[in-house]
Design a protein around this ligand. Sequence first.
Ligand code: PMP
Length: 367
Amino acid sequence: MEQTDRMDCRGIGSDKEASWESGVRRVVPYTPGEQPRQAGIIKLNTNECPYPPSPQVKRLAAEFETDVLRLYPDPEASLLVKSIASHFGVGEDQVFVGIGSDDVLAMAFLTFFNTDKPILFPDITYSFYDVWANLFGIPFFRPALDENFRLVKEDYLVPNGGIVIANPNAPTGICEPLSVIEEIIAKNPGSLVIIDEAYVDFGGESAMPLVEKYENLLVVQTFSKSRAMAGMRIGFAVGSTKAIRYLRDVKFSFNSYTMDAPTIAWGAASMADDAYFRETVEKVVTTREYLKKELASLGFSFPDSRTNFVFASHERVPAAELFAALKEAGIYVRYFPGERTGNHLRITVGTREQTEALLAFLRKYLK
Ligand code: PMP
């Protein structure tokens, strides 16, 4: 009785609208690229590496003892952290690892963007940023890239609650010079600046050397592209000891055991195999340059890509039409509807054979 009275006087018990759903956190999720189940698809839609991971990973996988799965994995992922720290010549306390860079970026948003001021990222960039901002209730503002899809530096020299820049950017493939990135970091000592370098290994200029100089910089990279391990899910951030400590505090307030034992061991082996990594990147870059040349001769134009994809639009045929025709032919690329992106296709650089198949189709279709 007492309970009912209390409910009535708050108007809860009598509210017909009130249901369990009124308390749901409703969000519009990110839409990842399609992962087709059929065999034989030429998959150039999610910027995966067309080559296998390091043979060292294969060796460890073959030797893997399932008995270790009885135990919880190392919550510090020390082996992996060590391999990353040693590769980049930073302290282990300057490295944070996560389940793909999506996990690292989400943790960074949750950790560092906690003011009423809007965070800033470009209007055309990785489309997960606004999803995380909405999920965590972070206000954001998206300054427009210029007509050539270039970053307008001045837009980031205004009061803000944080900055996120993908460099090279996705889906444009453009890499801004490090001098521009450094100026943005230097002139924003009151904000944490995230540089998302998912594609940097394919020819971008990394901000990694700046981590010793700026406490407010977090550089995020991934094993999903240049290290051919998208299926394993490994991402990492390198930053100041202080920033990494804050990030770890939030991560360990959420879930201690996110990274499993095989991932830790195989990731460390992959990071240590530098020769294989370089060889893979070189093959992708060589094919990218060939793809650019051939696309240009077919009437496509595109910003100069420093990534493992090309963001191309055709002089005559609309991107939506090409996307559908390619898909019909079993060649998957990515299409982003929208006013500024809707006449472009984002084409991942595949093997030379996959690239020839794509070009053969386009030559015939565009004739
Ligand atoms: N950043 C950018 C710019 C990306 O394109 C991607 C890939 N979708 C990611 C981060 C996340 O990659 P992952 O979670 O596989 O590391």
